[in-house]
Design a binder for this molecule. Structure first.
Ligand code: PXL
Length: 274
């Protein structure tokens, strides 16, 4: 069985980061080892939250894994808590990531704004982390903070391609922009594979609602599908279909929680996707 390590926070309530990665990656048949960076009462889009930073636990945990000679087929990083943690994660890539896939979701911003805990310096450091990755999956907001390009809500394909070109210069092999709308009423991804000089776009119908945690759902699905042997383009397509379907199902639920999507209801659909 493939084994990946995911490094991100535990938000006890809120359906994001580890509480999405663990069930989704497990359902796709890969062992998901977790390294929690912080323990929050709930994610930071609630009106308030508690946060216990776990930075001082990261190195001792990794030491134990070194003693056990644990190996990973991939490392997937999401929401990290601080610049110090970004530096520690780079060392983890060196120790445990040499033979596996490095997948960085620079989760720090959406809809034109950084999440409450972050500033521009954090965005710059996330750009450095992206340089170490095989695959990065920023949304347009995160990409605008990392490239210095203006954030736009209305744009055309040339804006997306320029953003991909600037992101590619950060150093990752495959760069995928998420939340990209290439025509009226559509949304999806556009990616660039620098080794093969190849663009790939995939779009679904846009559902008129934004839900929190959908970026984490998308990333966890991509990594799970790649571990199953899918190439990056098929993995992105499946993850886009699964995310879109989950949003649709969530919208139909009159008792939906405002803070996240009903991915629990759609895991059986995901397992059947090819
Ligand atoms: O889904 C991204 C995310 C993860 N973890 C925490 C968050 C957010 C987004 O706000 O607050 C704690």
């Amino acid at each position: 069985m493939k084994r990946i390590l995911t490094i991100q926070d535990i938000s006890c309530l809120g359906k994001c980061s580890i509480t999405i990665a663990l069930p989704v990656i497990s359902a796709l048949g890969t062992e998901c080892v977790i390294l929690p960076t912080a323990l929050l009462s709930n994610h930071t889009l609630f009106k308030s939250f508690t946060c216990k930073d776990l930075t001082d636990q990261i190195e001792p945990i990794c030491e134990k894994w070194k003693d056990e000679d644990v190996k990973f087929d991939g490392i997937y990083t999401g929401y990290l808590g601080s610049i110090e943690q970004i530096e520690i994660v780079k060392n983890i890539f060196k120790t445990f990531g040499k033979d596996g896939l490095i997948f960085v979701d620079p989760a720090m911003a959406d809809q034109g704004k950084l999440y409450p805990a972050f500033d521009m310096e954090y965005a710059r450091k996330n750009a450095d982390l992206c340089a170490e990755a095989d695959i990065i999956v920023p949304n347009i907001t995160e990409a605008s903070f990392m490239t210095g390009m203006e954030y736009k809500e209305e744009y055309d394909e040339s804006y997306v391609k320029e953003m991909l070109e600037r992101l590619e210069k950060l150093g990752a092999k495959i760069t995928v922009l998420t939340g990209v709308s290439l025509s009226e009423g559509k949304t999806g991804i556009m990616g660039y594979d620098s080794e093969h000089d190849e663009f790939y776009a995939y779009q679904n119908d846009k559902v008129g609602a934004m839900f929190h945690g959908t970026g984490d759902l998308f990333s966890s699905t991509v990594i799970g599908e790649i571990m199953k042997g899918k190439n990056w383009k098929d993995a992105m397509r499946i993850a886009a279909d699964y995310t879109a379907h989950t949003i649709e199902v969530t919208m139909q639920n009159p008792k939906k929680a405002w803070y996240g999507v009903d991915f629990e209801a759609t895991l059986p659909y995901l397992i059947g996707l090819e």
